[in-house]
Design a binder for this molecule. Structure first.
Ligand SMILES: NC(=O)C1=CN([C@@H]2O[C@H](COP(=O)(O)OP(=O)(O)OC[C@H]3O[C@@H](n4cnc5c(N)ncnc54)[C@H](OP(=O)(O)O)[C@@H]3O)[C@@H](O)[C@H]2O)C=CC1
Ligand SMILES: O=C(O)C1=N[C@H](C(=O)O)C[C@H](O)C1
Length: 266
């Protein structure tokens, strides 16, 4: 039995993760965290999803959670995640990171922490999107630069980072397929008199609105035809399933930084 803690357990993903752990054979809730001052602190974490108490509390002190959990799942903000990575390293606790908007500095801190524990980090934990990463790499490697690559994403009105971590991951996959560095070719925003599109660039377009769970399309717009690869999420459970699977998968792995590609064997 692996005891799993949920950081940010009151959030959209936090609650979905609590429910998923309750439904997982081989997993038990170790507790959860919320920010200091939250009304949820002190409650039993299982009651957040209307389940009977599991004997595991919500705390505002993450070190308490890391001291008791075998694995912790973190879908919060970059600042919170970086602090938790250091705690995971100190306590040799498995950490599964779904938080997006991590910059190069934050990713370096995760890599440093992963020398002392197992960390699985991915901008999207669903099977479908991880398959889309592989397909995007392959199509980009097959089609020439006369096919303009544009990535379109649509998320709910509460999302705070843009482009989504998944859109950037799809951009990286396309750039890898073409053998180029994404940072050198990414057009992350367009406004005003931009001039014509540059050959080989990868464009991003961001939509925010409503309660859209997460839609992503990679478009290859060529002369006379257009190829589109699309994933549409209709339930956050796809991310929670992947994250809990990652926590169980990491249990017998050596220290290191892993991705969902490793977990899924893609
Ligand atoms: N990799 C993947 O598959 C997926 C990744 N994500 C990513 O997960 C992240 C969270 O998304 P979502 O669940 O929608 O966001 P929410 O804002 O709903 O959830 C974040 C939770 O973390 C809490 N929190 C903030 N600060 C702390 C703290 N110091 N300690 C403990 N908890 C804290 C928030 O509390 P409060 O509300 O009080 O601030 C909130 O409850 C985003 O980066 C998103 O992009 C989302 C879906 C899938
Ligand atoms: O914030 C979200 O909701 C999501 N965030 C992730 C991202 O930034 O790609 C994954 C998913 O698209 C939902």
């Amino acid at each position: 039995m692996i005891r799993i803690g949920i950081v940010g357990c009151g959030g959209r993903m936090g609650r979905t993760l609590v429910q998923q752990v309750l439904e997982t054979d081989g997993g038990a809730l170790a507790g959860g965290t919320e920010r200091p001052g939250s009304d949820l602190v002190g409650q039993d974490v299982a009651t957040l999803v209307g389940a009977p108490p599991a004997g595991a509390a919500v705390t505002d002190d993450p070190s308490t959670l890391f001291a008791t959990a075998d694995a912790v799942i973190d879908f919060t903000t970059p600042a919170v995640t970086v602090e938790n990575a250091a705690l995971a390293a100190r306590t040799n606790t498995i950490l599964v990171v779904g938080t997006t908007g991590l910059d190069a500095g934050a990713l370096a801190r995760l890599a440093e922490a992963a020398k002392k524990t197992r960390i699985v980090q991915a901008p999207n934990m669903s099977v479908g999107v991880n398959l889309l990463f592989a397909l995007t790499r392959r199509v980009a490697a097959t089609l020439g630069v006369e096919y303009d690559i544009e990535i379109v994403e649509h998320h709910h009105r509460h999302k705070v980072d843009a482009p989504s971590g998944t859109a950037l991951g799809l951009g990286r996959a396309a750039a890898e397929g073409r053998g180029v560095d994404l940072d050198a070719v990414a057009d992350r925003a367009r406004d005003g008199h931009t001039g014509a599109r540059e050959d080989g660039h990868i464009g991003f377009a961001v939509l925010r609105g409503g309660d859209v769970v997460g839609d992503h399309t990679v478009m290859f717009a060529g002369p006379g035809e257009r190829v589109e690869l699309t994933h549409k999420a209709s339930d956050r459970v796809i991310y929670a399933r992947g994250a809990v699977r990652a926590a169980l998968w990491a249990a017998d792995k050596p220290n290191g930084l892993y991705s969902m590609t490793d977990v899924l064997g893609l």
